[in-house]
Design a binder for this molecule. Structure first.
Ligand code: PAF
Length: 283
């Protein structure tokens, strides 16, 4: 695996791949990799000829009071994991390389960026869209791979690709979970043992929703109330939001239907975790 830090060098490597008429699968990450990231890499390797991963802790998607400085980083460990998975090229630019002095251009997906996580993380999705657009322009992948855990991010990025007619297909892969159901996230490493126990409440509450819906409940408020009640019983947990929304506009729905997104963000102590499910109703 070759690691590249400069944009011109990355573009030259991409040009060489394109000249060979080989397809590119791209897995953008912020590093501190876990099985969720590796599932994206494995899918890229199956579907495309050349796999490119990036590791860049993107400063513009963190708010002033968020964890940019503390965000876990371990390049050697991550590079070894990617190498083992057969990644061909690793792009690891510095912040100065991505945002040189005078950088003033950003991308926003209006409305969608202000809902759900956008309410407590203003500017977050502008940072995500801007960096993903830049990365996609540099790497020029045929397919870029993202995880369903960041459901709103996936929906917003798909809209950006559609609205800007970008020549890339986004593939969204299922959430990878720990044995007890906790959705894998680099931020799980912040949790103390007690908080780690408490964090199961996110996936448990989604399971409760699933069971209720499976028994025929369709009133969103009833399903969400059961989830809130369950999270409320966990003393270390504080709800940011628990919502049932449509996948197109991310607006709250009164009735659960096939394709409804049930999403939640919950603080466990000081750590904000997210999880979600897309409802599938048997036909
Ligand atoms: O999902 C992430 O890890 C990040 O938001 C992404 C897509 C790599 C952009 O920085």
């Amino acid at each position: 695996m070759r690691m590249i830090t400069a944009i011109p060098e990355m573009k030259a490597a991409v040009r060489a791949v394109k000249d060979r008429k080989e397809t590119i699968g791209f897995v953008p990450t912020m590093g501190y990799l876990h099985e969720g990231h590796l599932s994206l890499v494995r899918s890229a390797r199956q579907k495309t000829r050349v796999t490119i991963a990036s590791i860049f802790v993107n400063p513009t998607q963190f708010g002033p009071n968020e964890d940019f400085k503390a965000y876990p980083r371990d390049l050697d460990r991550d590079a070894a994991m990617l190498e083992r998975e057969g990644v061909d090229l690793l792009f690891h630019p510095s912040a100065g390389e991505m945002y040189p002095e005078g950088h003033r251009t950003t991308v926003e997906v209006l409305d969608l960026q202000d809902k759900l996580c956008g309410r407590s993380r203003p500017g977050h999705f502008r940072g995500v869209c801007t960096v993903v657009l830049k990365l996609v322009e540099i790497v020029r992948p045929d397919i870029a791979f993202f995880g369903q855990k960041d459901a709103q991010q996936a929906i917003i990025l798909k809209r950006m690709v559609r609205d800007l007619d970008l020549d890339v297909h986004l593939e969204i892969l299922p959430i990878v979970r720990e044995a007890d159901g906790l959705a894998m996230s680099s931020r799980n490493t912040y949790l103390s043992p007690l908080e780690r126990q408490a964090a199961i409440v996110l996936s448990r509450s989604l399971r409760t929703a699933e069971v209720k819906i499976g028994k025929g409940e369709r009133r969103a408020e009833t399903v969400l109330a059961a989830m809130r009640e369950m999270v409320g019983r966990e003393s270390l947990a504080r709800v940011d939001y628990i919502e049932a929304v449509d996948m197109d506009r991310l607006d709250p729905v009164p009735e659960i239907a096939d394709g409804t997104l049930i999403a939640l963000a919950v603080y466990i102590g000081k750590i904000r975790l997210i999880d979600n499910l897309i409802v599938r109703l048997e036909k």
